[in-house]
Design a protein around this ligand. Structure first.
Ligand SMILES: [Zn+2]
Ligand SMILES: [Zn+2]
Length: 270
């Protein structure tokens, strides 16, 4: 847990420092920039993409690290109940998936969390890259929640490791712009969140945005009444995105990072 907290604090401090110095540069520049920000910032911030990739690949190891710590110290409900590894692993996987589902619902309904999450929804198309398009702050909060769950329940490291891998894979899968045979899609939808199922979640129509929250398992949406089979306008006719941030300029990397802290044209954002 210690290195993760440290890394989180380090990142928040670095981001705040970056924002502070960048704002300072704008308000009181020392010298006139020769090429300006426009051609440079997207590229310089492109490095943040690489960093974000690292966050996605390395930080999930922190959740496994927390699980290893919990296992080593006998921390968490599953250890106190003396569950067999196979049972604890299965329950742990299911619990993590339910927590991710609940977290997603909360991110839609708590205004400041929605501001972080809506950047994911502001993509004007949905394809495999949308599955990677999360604000780094959302990834960090998500990681913190996962670590808390892992420690509280004492989820076995193997379950956490498998869960992280599967979650990454299913996010890429269910955001992808692929067509499945209708019969296959219908059956698959009982086992895993399919692209058609998750595409409804990226509809501009609010009621559709607030449905199909699942990432891995499709069961929670059915259980809690948030499952929606099809978008009203159909998959060909539906509009992807939000009522705000519809300008193509908003697709730029730097705009993505600042979207949580901006409003757009007085439009409601859902
Ligand atoms: Zn969402
Ligand atoms: Zn999505």
């Amino acid at each position: 847990m210690e290195p993760t907290v440290e890394a989180t604090v380090r990142l928040i401090v670095a981001a705040a420092m970056f924002a502070g110095m960048a704002g300072w540069e704008v308000l009181a520049p020392r010298r006139r920039l020769s090429t300006g920000r426009a051609p440079r910032w997207p590229n310089n911030l492109g490095i943040v993409v690489v960093d974000a990739l690292l966050v996605r690949l390395i930080l999930p190891a922190a959740a496994v690290g927390a699980a290893l710590y919990a296992a080593g110290h006998g921390i968490g409900l599953f250890h106190w109940l003396n569950l067999r590894l196979s049972v604890a692993a299965l329950l742990g996987f299911l619990a993590l998936d339910l927590i991710i589902y609940a977290q997603h619902v909360v991110f839609h309904h708590v205004p400041w969390l929605w501001r972080l999450h809506r950047m994911h929804h502001a993509d004007l198309d949905i394809d495999v890259t949308t599955g990677l398009r999360f604000h780094p702050f959302e990834i960090l909060i998500s990681l913190a929640i996962k670590i808390a769950a892992v420690m509280a329940l004492g989820i076995p490291p193997v379950a956490v490791f498998v869960f992280e891998m599967v979650l990454n894979a299913t996010s890429l899968f269910n955001h992808s712009n692929v067509s499945l045979l209708p019969g296959v899609e219908r059956r698959l939808r009982f086992i895993v969140v399919t692209p058609d199922m998750h595409r409804v979640h990226h509809s501009i129509v609010r009621a559709e945005t607030d449905s199909n929250f699942g990432f891995n398992l499709p069961w929670w949406d059915r259980l809690f009444g948030t499952h929606r089979r099809e978008p009203a306008a159909g998959h060909e006719g539906m509009t992807i995105g939000l009522p705000i941030f519809r300008d193509a300029g908003e697709l730029r990397l730097d705009r993505l990072l600042t979207q949580p802290f901006r409003s757009d044209s007085g439009q409601p954002d859902r």
